[in-house]
Design a protein around this ligand. Structure first.
Ligand code: UT7
Length: 331
């Protein structure tokens, strides 16, 4: 059984936040942000107006329209996010409810942070290949903005992230497959290198006053350590996937990496010996949208004609956990 990508779409909130806006809120500069990350602007929701599931549904509707099927045709939802609307339940069920016409299908939530979509693609493809499910909606959606420390104390992370969502509709096929293979990894010993400690199960009520006072409810990152691992693991897993599948790097029309930092993307290109037109970047417009970055980049790379139907592409990611992985797609 093969797996086809029949729909794709993305959505970002209207509110554009520039680096100059960031300068008003913290001790930072347009120059620092562009030089160290490549980011020029990102999109933030207006607090309270949209939830992560709303972004997900808007992206999903575009993907369904492209696929020319309706929500009632879906057999499963897989939603990747680290920023669900609520702690309980996840956004999978909210998407099922907000996508009018969806029947009582299973709805998964997966985590894996920046690697959520790459992990999700392997999961969706495996479910479809098993023959048990036909049409699967895979969404990566994220609202990072409301959970960041938007001040000088949190500036290392605050300038990096943006909000958005991207979705694929996948279906089975008796012919060839779009999803050829995937390689996934994790290395949990480094979970504290990029994490958010509270709310946590280790304290009563999951959070104390002092945790809020000391800002322990904001994400924290050892930036240089994560940078080093991200820029090593992503080219490594691309080569592992190529070796596993017997495809040559020259046959890949486009590498679509998770958009974490333009310097990381450039290092992946350097380490693989690729010219910059073979690896896609749109981080300057959206920042790091975590689980949404790969489907958003996929849609824009396609729009820019970086690849076409029939081409091989690779999606590759690295994120908190650590988790990383890559998918080989013959689109
Ligand atoms: O998506 C999941 C994976 N995430 C990543 O892959 C992110 C990986 N890490 C990175 O992208 C980079 O480490 C950062 C962009 C987060 C930081 O860049 P860096 O070149 O590693 O900077 P740094 O953390 O070593 O900090 C250099 C300086 C520090 O000042 P001092 O100590 O040298 O005086 C920071 O305090 O830059 C300072 N700094 C800032 N300055 C202005 C940190 N954040 C900012 C800021 N504006 N926003």
């Amino acid at each position: 059984m093969g797996v086809k990508i029949i729909g794709y779409g993305f959505y970002v909130p209207n509110n554009v936040i520039t680096n100059h806006d960031m300068e008003k809120w913290m001790d930072t500069s347009e120059e620092w942000i562009v030089e160290r990350t490549g980011i020029k602007e990102r999109h933030f929701v207006t607090v309270g107006e949209e939830g992560t599931s709303d972004l997900a549904v808007k992206a999903a509707k575009k993907a369904l329209e492209k696929a020319n099927i309706s929500a009632s045709d879906l057999d499963m939802i897989i939603a990747a996010t680290l920023s669900p609307d609520y702690e309980i339940p996840g956004i999978g069920v909210l998407i099922q409810s907000k996508l009018e016409g969806c029947s009582l299908i299973p709805a998964y939530d997966i985590r894996q942070q920046c690697s959520g979509f790459v992990y999700g693609l392997e999961l969706a493809a495996t479910f479809i290949k098993s023959g048990k499910y036909k049409n699967v909606l895979l969404v990566g959606a994220e609202i990072q903005s409301v959970g960041l420390n938007i001040s000088t104390n949190g500036r290392d992370l605050a300038v990096l992230f943006g909000d958005g969502a991207g979705a694929f509709v996948l279906t089975n096929s008796q012919d060839d497959s779009d999803i050829i293979d995937s390689v996934l990894h994790s290395e949990g010993q480094y979970y504290k290198a990029l994490w958010k400690e509270y709310p946590s199960i280790y304290v009563r009520d999951r959070i104390r006053q002092e945790d809020i006072v000391f800002g322990r409810h904001y994400p924290a990152m050892n930036g240089r350590f994560v940078f080093k691992h991200a820029s090593t693991r992503m080219p490594e897993v691309v080569m592992e996937l190529l070796n596993k599948t017997g495809i040559d790097l020259e046959d890949i029309a486009q590498i679509i990496p998770h958009q974490a930092n333009l310097r990381i993307t450039n290092m992946i290109a350097n380490r693989l010996g690729l010219s910059s037109d073979k690896i896609f970047s749109n981080i300057e417009k959206y920042g790091n949208t975590t689980a949404a970055s790969i489907p958003i980049a996929f849609c824009e790379a396609l729009e820019e004609k970086r690849f076409k139907r029939g081409d091989y592409i690779i999606t590759v990611s690295f994120g908190s956990g650590f988790t990383w992985g890559a998918n080989l797609i013959k689109f």
